[in-house]
Design a protein around this ligand. Structure first.
Ligand code: SAM
Length: 309
């Protein structure tokens, strides 16, 4: 991801202006802020322009992308019970970000290990786990999903909200799946949430998704805007903007994200090459999508249940 612009000012100005929100966007009213956010020391540091990015500011990421994951957790657990032949006790989560699942899964009795490439995210999540008293049930490490392997064999793995899209090339994706296959027990599940390319070009351009979020006096306006779908190189280009009012401090920045433009055939081929098999596909309502149906972006983000070995 590349940072374009950033500004930080001390100000007592009023809140971020409200933009129109799309169907998928969340308003501050609908967001659940039900965890104790760790303190964030990030803003006491001096950031260079390049460092002023969404994933370097986990406190703001956490507010902007906070969501109630109880339905998703129930879905994952139902998959563990339905598709795995042994009892799932340990879970691995690549690209775990600010640790929303590392906080949630221990409440349901699971041990979870997450990792992320961004040191600030890892520090924030460590503190979150300590604050929640789940230090023995959740662990977070620094790692790159293109290379990280574990000696321990986990019972299951998850990767949410298209985070796998940061693996851009076939080589990176294959390396990731091979590393995951080696880090999981035979018969373990890996549940991957991604969105595929649209079949119909006219569905590709989407309006800006702008939403508002607020927690403990910090107000955020965030905009996630896919602006170019590069079919030749299979890359989805996103413009992301964030405006923050943090108790008198104003932070504003804009950056580009590049994510894999997924095609189901590529995804299936690469998972198979690494030793996984797609055993089920679910939509955002957790309903089964027939495995032999035409899988395109028109179906929205989907959960792919992969079986190792
Ligand atoms: C959209 S966030 C998702 C975080 C979390 N899974 C969630 O549901 O909130 C994507 C995360 O992927 C991480 N990331 C990007 N590239 C990565 C890589 N190569 N290896 C590990 N993590 C990576 C980022 O640092 C960021 O925390």
């Amino acid at each position: 991801m590349k940072s374009l612009t950033s500004t930080v000012t001390q100000s007592s100005n009023s809140g971020a202006t409200q933009s129109g929100s799309s169907d998928n966007a969340s308003s501050s009213d609908s967001l659940e802020m039900n965890h104790n956010s760790p303190k964030c020391e990030d803003l006491n540091k001096v950031f260079t322009e390049e460092e002023f990015t969404l994933y370097n500011l986990p406190k703001y990421y956490d507010i902007a992308f906070s969501r109630d994951v109880s339905g998703e957790i129930a879905f994952y657990i139902s998959c563990f019970k339905k598709y795995c032949s042994f009892e799932v006790k340990t879970i691995l989560e690549p690209a775990c970000g600010s640790g929303i699942f590392l906080e949630a899964f221990p409440k349901y009795g699971y041990n979870i290990t997450g990792y992320d490439i961004c040191p600030n995210m890892v520090e924030y999540t460590k503190e979150r786990i300590m604050n929640d008293g789940y230090a023995g049930k959740a662990e977070v490490l620094l790692g790159d999903m293109r290379t990280v392997k574990f000696d321990q064999k986990f019972d299951a793995a998850i990767i949410s909200i298209n985070s796998l899209g940061y693996c851009l090339t076939d080589k990176d994706i294959l390396n990731h799946f091979k590393a995951m296959s080696e880090s999981l027990r035979k018969g373990a599940l890996y549940i991957v949430e991604i969105i595929c390319a649209y079949e119909d070009l006219k569905n590709e351009k989407k309006p800006d998704e702008t939403w508002l979020a607020e927690s403990n006096g910090t107000k955020i306006e965030a905009t996630w805007c896919p602006y170019f779908y590069d079919r030749e190189n299979k890359i989805r280009h996103i413009n992301f903007k964030m405006k923050v009012q943090d108790n008198g401090r104003m932070v504003e920045f804009e950056e580009k994200h590049e994510l894999r433009l997924w095609h189901y055939e590529d995804f299936k081929r690469l998972t198979q090459e690494a030793g996984f098999r797609v055993v089920a596909i679910y939509n955002q309502e957790y309903q089964l999508v027939p495995i032999d149906s035409r899988i395109t972006g028109e179906l929205g983000a989907l959960y792919y249940v992969l079986l190792n070995g």
